[in-house]
Design a protein around this ligand. Structure first.
Ligand code: NAD
Length: 484
């Protein structure tokens, strides 16, 4: 196993206004490298005091940021994108050390975030408002899109840089100042991002970065100085976020988990469908929110798809995340590995294990490696099919006709993403219209383009990030009516 390049990690300091805090009320935490379980560096955790300081710094920066001419805001956002690209190699290595993401995947990350900043920079001088029709008396009625003020952003550990691009970029573009709280498992890329924002020339306090755990998260959700909250994470924590936000009736948007259906019809390009299903399973060891974890296959091709899935997985290289050939690395922590193995053990009694189902041993025993795991003949009512595993575990089940496929796909509390594979164009449109999901991909998946509105329905959350809707999420209309 390659030794992690710990020297790429940024200074462990909270970024609040112009201050760099190396001690904090939340104590310290030792970060661990998921591939070996070894400690990397210790860092200070934000407590309620630092969150309060960060909110004050952001509040002080609001008049400065909103007064900055739009073209200057645009240039600053664009400069962040340039700096992300200039520091891409270092950020990619940092992502590997941070959560065990394979280098192959981490290499794309900085460019994806840079794309999102460039896309949003383009809106910075265009977001404005509209003139509304007005009657019965002559009047000028116009709406402006105003920023909220200070936005609290809570992100998960699975892709901090991606979350930053999806959420922080539009929040800043819309004219807000931000307090970003990365999780305690993965502080590094967020801290480095904060340094790059300062280097780009942003006024101090426009972005503040306070890594921490539940204490910092709760302090942010309950803080009266927060005008809007955006939370990305699990449904369980989202309930705490909503409970905290109700104190000040702070508006919240939620990006939560999923149990997304991947529907494969008999007339589909089966190798392409299976390749994408396997890609989703192994990408970041199944720790992505929009993974198509329920592969729902038409009866007549079911056995072929199960067999093809197992053979595709035979060729997936699992192991050292720093080896550029590695496709799948470890899961994020020992706790996550134990939890996922608990789900696997329970599923053994309920479904047919096709492949995997074990922790990796030998050289991998000290890291948090789980073999990519496939269960077939899964009952959609089972624990495995109804709960987000957030690990490399795929459920395969069968459907008899289109109506059955749609029923199974929608039979879940979640509604984040769905995938359809079929060469019948009319059917794909019909099925897409019936699926309860915020985002649907047909016959392929190439990530989330910056212009795409992204988000869930049902218990996968509410609100949208991405595209024009993503900026709207961080503004509120103010209407002015003038009698003429
Ligand atoms: P999590 O809910 O455990 O943690 C998310 C964040 O909430 C972290 O920053 C954590 O420190 C913070 N937090 C913990 N307790 C808190 C509290 N009481 N109050 C406020 N904040 C608190 O989720 P996770 O394990 O970090 O991430 C995995 C989950 O995130 C999965 O469900 C996944 O599907 C979801 N996710 C969703 C999207 C999306 O865009 N829909 C993207 C990535 C991940």
């Amino acid at each position: 196993m390659t030794t992690p390049p710990v020297d790429v990690l940024p200074d462990p300091a909270l970024l609040i206004g112009e201050d760099r805090l190396t001690t904090s009320s939340g104590g310290t935490l030792q970060h661990r490298y998921a591939a070996t379980g070894q400690t990397t560096r210790e860092f200070p955790l934000a407590g309620a005091q630092e969150v309060d300081r960060a909110v004050q710094a952001a509040r002080a920066a609001v008049p400065v940021w909103t007064a900055l001419p739009r073209d200057q805001r645009r240039r600053l956002l664009w400069r962040v994108a340039e700096l992300l690209r200039e520091n891409a190699e270092e950020l990619a290595l940092m992502s590997v050390v941070e959560n065990g993401m394979p280098l192959m995947l981490a290499t794309h990350n900085p460019a994806v975030t840079a794309d999102l900043f460039e896309y949003n920079a383009g809106w910075a001088d265009k977001v404005g408002g509209a003139v509304e029709p007005s009657w019965p008396v002559p009047a000028l009625d116009y709406s402006t899109e105003e920023p909220y003020g200070v936005v609290g952003v809570i992100i998960p550990w699975n892709g901090p840089l991606a979350s930053i691009g999806m959420v922080v970029a539009p929040a800043l573009t819309a004219g807000n100042c931000v307090v970003l709280k990365p999780p305690e498992l993965t502080p590094w890329t967020s801290l480095r991002f904060g340094e790059l924002v300062a280097q780009a020339g942003f006024p101090p306090g426009v972005l503040n970065v306070v890594p921490g755990g539940p204490e910092a998260g709760e302090a942010l959700t309950r803080h009266p100085g927060i005008d809007k909250l955006h939370f990305t994470g699990s449904g369980l924590t989202a309930r705490h976020v909503l409970a905290g936000a109700q104190q000040n009736l702070t508006p919240v948007s939620l990006e939560l988990g999923g149990k997304s259906a991947n529907l494969v019809f008999a007339d589909a390009d089966l190798p392409a469908a299976v390749q994408q299903a396997v890609g989703g399973l192994v990408q970041l060891s199944g720790q992505t929110c929009l993974c198509g974890t329920r592969l729902i296959v038409e009866d007549s091709v079911y056995d072929d798809v199960v067999q093809m899935t197992a053979s595709f997985l035979d060729h997936v290289q699992v192991g050292d995340p720093l080896d550029p050939q590695t496709v799948m690395g470890p899961v994020v922590s020992a706790t996550a590995a134990d939890r996922i193995m608990g789900v696997v053990e329970r599923a053994r009694g309920e479904s047919r294990l096709v492949t995997g189902g074990t922790r990796l041993d030998g050289d991998y025993a000290d890291g948090y490696f789980i073999a990519p795991t496939v269960f077939a003949d899964v009952d959609n009512g089972s624990h495995l099919a109804q709960n987000e595993v957030f690990g490399p575990v795929l459920s395969i089940m069968r459907f008899s006709d289109t109506e059955d496929a749609v029923r199974l796909a929608n039979d879940t509390p979640y509604g984040l993403a769905a995938y359809i594979w079929s060469s019948d164009l009319q059917r794909t449109h019909r099925v897409a219209a019936q699926l309860q999901a915020g985002n649907i991909w047909v016959n392929g998946f190439f990530g989330i383009p910056p212009s795409m509105p992204f988000g869930g329905v049902k218990q996968s959350g509410f609100g949208r990030i991405g595209g024009r809707d993503g900026i709207r999420e961080f503004t509120r209309p103010k209407n002015v009516w003038i009698a003429l």
